[in-house]
Unconditional design. Sequence first.
Length: 223
Amino acid sequence: MNKKAFFDTCLLIAYVFSINSLHLKSESAFNHYSEYFWSSNVVEEFDRRFYKKQKNVRSFFNDLERYLESPNQEFYRPHDLINFALKNYTDRKKDDAKSSVEPFWNRYVGFESQILFDAMKNAISLCLKDLSIDSNENKSFLESIMQTTPQRTDDYPDIDLMLKSQGVKDADRTITLDGHDFACNCKSPIDFVSFDDECYIGAKNVELLCFNSIKGKYDFKAS
């Protein structure tokens, strides 16, 4: 069966960054469907978020690399990296740094619970070499398979108000309504997939949305 889905920005960002806590679930979401859609609003938000996240994650591992030039301990654990992020960053940069620690450890360290600082430096060096190449290649591939929906002309004020009452933020409401408009005018069933918890829960609670199904990160396994 040809399954179609409209994807939100959070899922797409998770897909292009392999050291993202939701990366494996995003791959599972793509494997679940055969056609993938986004709107021009998603494209714009995705581009902004991509370059900002790439900068934040690269900065985090560059700072770690410099920090390890004068180590104050012999062994390092994932918790030490999280503490470094909490101590040195705020807001989005802190979130981007924290969410990269576990997938970084799994990919570049392995199953060890702690490693020597020399091994940590080597792992960080490998990560930095891969970061820009991998994310840019994944972004190019993503852009080649995503289909852009027609421009929405209806504001759907009643549904917008319902989403707002559910705590869905402005940008997420815009994206949800883009997908809703496409689903209403599409002959085939369209799922809406959002890895943003507030957007997912809010959309689930608005029955007027035209989606075949609304799915979140808990609907996909990190395989």
